[in-house]
Design a protein around this ligand. Structure first.
Ligand code: 5AD
Ligand code: SF4
Length: 517
């Protein structure tokens, strides 16, 4: 039988909760002496619904004048878990807080505001956050004025919010992924009131433009769409991130142009399912391939995108990517499984042959493309043969690297209710075999580059040896080479002489270049 998703129902005991007031603006409750102002709380049934109404785009001022300055002289830290989407949300929240006057610190003992930007994709991600909350409790006891907030995907889960309200009452603010722009108001409320504030919208979010973003370094992320409508049976994202909605092309293009002007060298276009970009536009026919064609014309050296869904990866997009220029020859294309039966149970909406056909088309159009993927091992009921299908598909495609995961049941998703008779040891052994295969393939992919000269964007000093610089190729491979620190932030040519599993070694062959080829 399936172990099932972690059951938080034991935290649902609200017999000790007293409703103090309730109206159209929410309700106030008291649990064990702690007052909680629930402006809105998550509701998974609503999160599943996909409304027909048009998405509203808002262009208002992000931080109103009366809130500016509230953070002056104060410091903040945001701990970020999970994917690039969360990392980028953290940049937005940092931008908002700094407009309020807050300054960033790395020392939690100095912080006046700490936010946990959480991830719900697998159970171990959630466990880490609850562990961290335990540590923060001590800090809060030492410094009662500290404001503690929990946001991100876990806050969109009913069970998690209920657990925090009951068991982690020292938390001051809980807000969801659709409420990020409300952060300045929630912080203000936390500063002036003693109660815990919960504001998590379950309905699909609108699009809020003009939010400030605090970007660092030479690589920037740009959201092109939010949410996901795919509802893969194992995945919590369509519930936590809401319905698919695309930013207007003119807003995306203006943001990329501005980053180019500021000197950013590489942009990654972000979405849970970037290939669905534009499908929600009712007033025009403009899809991801069209957006890439327009961004191709912008003078910025490298453009990446993630994450793709194989189902929506169309021929026009392949044609545009084959133009290269700033569109790099690296495609991250999650396959999840090599078995058509498992793909069907996952509701991925493609089968093994269709995936292989797509890969063939991509490789024909872009022969030196590097492909990477995500794979889930141990989906409920996965047989030995079905797992072997994954192994053979990986060999056939020759992915350069893969994020591999042991399936983790998520409360409220269809897969969490599926029967599963495969012992955990068997699943772990499969994951080990897959990882061993991936290591071999990564090394082979890296060895192919020996003797070649590659373009590298220099990112910084290597972690373990400051005499060595590290950077990335267009195909996102990590390169180590000797060179002067002045090269950081520039493009250089490096000749590869050795290959490891996770990086390649090379030597500098040219002076810095101005632009990517
Ligand atoms: N269990 C394990 N892995 C998962 N992923 C998504 N949901 C789950 C889950 N419930 C993986 C998928 C996805 C990546 C971001 O996380 O491979 O592509
Ligand atoms: Fe989750 Fe990606 Fe599937 Fe959307 S497409 S449900 S984000 S795995």
């Amino acid at each position: 039988m399936s172990k099932g998703a972690k059951d938080y129902s034991k935290y649902f005991d609200f017999s000790n909760a007293k409703v103090l007031s309730e109206d159209e603006n929410g309700k106030r409750i008291r649990i064990n002496g702690r007052e909680i102002n629930i402006i809105s709380e998550p509701n998974q049934r609503q999160e599943k619904m996909r409304g027909k109404q048009d998405i509203q785009v808002h262009y208002e001022q992000a931080v109103p004048n009366e809130i500016m300055g509230l953070g002056s002289g104060k410091r903040y830290i945001i701990y970020t878990y999970g994917c690039q989407m969360n990392e980028h949300d953290t940049e937005t929240m940092s931008g908002l807080l700094e407009q309020m006057g807050y300054e960033k610190t790395d020392d939690r003992k100095q912080a006046d505001l700490i936010l946990l930007n959480t991830c719900a994709i697998r159970e171990n991600a959630e466990d880490k956050v609850f562990g961290e909350l335990g540590h923060l409790k001590t800090l809060k006891l030492e410094r009662p004025g500290l404001v503690l907030g929990v946001c991100g995907c876990m806050s969109q889960e009913e069970g998690v919010v209920n657990r925090i309200m009951q068991k982690h009452q020292f938390v001051d603010i809980i807000f969801g992924t659709h409420n990020i722009h409300r952060l300045p108001y929630l912080v203000r409320d936390a500063l002036f009131n003693k109660e815990m504030v919960v504001e998590v919208w379950s309905k699909e979010g609108d699009i809020i433009e003009n939010l400030p973003k605090k970007r660092e370094g030479m690589r920037g992320w740009v959201n092109i769409m939010y949410g996901c409508d795919k509802f893969c049976t194992y995945c919590i994202v369509p519930y936590t991130r809401g319905k698919e909605r695309s930013r207007r092309p003119e807003d995306v293009i203006a943001e990329v142009r501005e980053l180019a002007r500021q000197g950013f060298k590489e942009i990654t276009l972000l979405g849970q399912n970037v290939n669905a970009y534009g499908k929600d536009f009712t007033d025009m026919n403009y899809l991801f391939g069209d957006l890439m064609a327009d961004i191709h014309k912008i003078d910025i050296p490298r453009i990446r995108f993630m994450t793709s869904h194989p189902r929506d990866f169309d021929d026009h997009l392949i044609e545009v990517l084959a133009k290269r220029g700033n569109l790099v020859e690296h495609i991250h294309l999650p396959v999840q499984s090599g078995s058509s039966e498992v793909l069907k149970k996952m509701s991925r909406k493609y089968n093994r042959d269709q995936f292989l056909e797509l890969v063939r088309k991509i490789k024909t159009a872009i022969p030196d493309v590097v492909m990477t993927t995500d794979i889930i091992v141990g989906f409920p009921g996965e047989t030995d043969e079905q797992f072997e299908d994954t192994m053979s598909l990986v060999r056939e495609v020759e992915f350069d690297s893969a994020y591999t995961f042991l399936y983790s049941p998520r409360e409220g998703t269809p897969a969490a209710g599926m029967e599963d008779n495969v012992p955990l040891e068997v699943k772990k052994a499969r994951l080990q075999r897959l990882n061993d295969l991936m290591k071999q393939l990564s090394r082979i992919g890296n060895e192919r580059l020996i003797g070649q000269t590659v373009e590298v964007l220099v990112e910084g000093e290597s972690k373990n040896n400051t005499a060595i610089l590290s950077g990335r190729t267009r195909t996102n491979k990590l390169v180590h080479f000797e060179g002067s620190k002045d090269l950081i932030g520039q493009f250089v040519q490096v000749k590869v002489y050795d290959a490891m599993t996770f990086y390649i070694k090379g030597e500098l062959v040219t002076e810095p270049m101005q632009m990517s080829s």
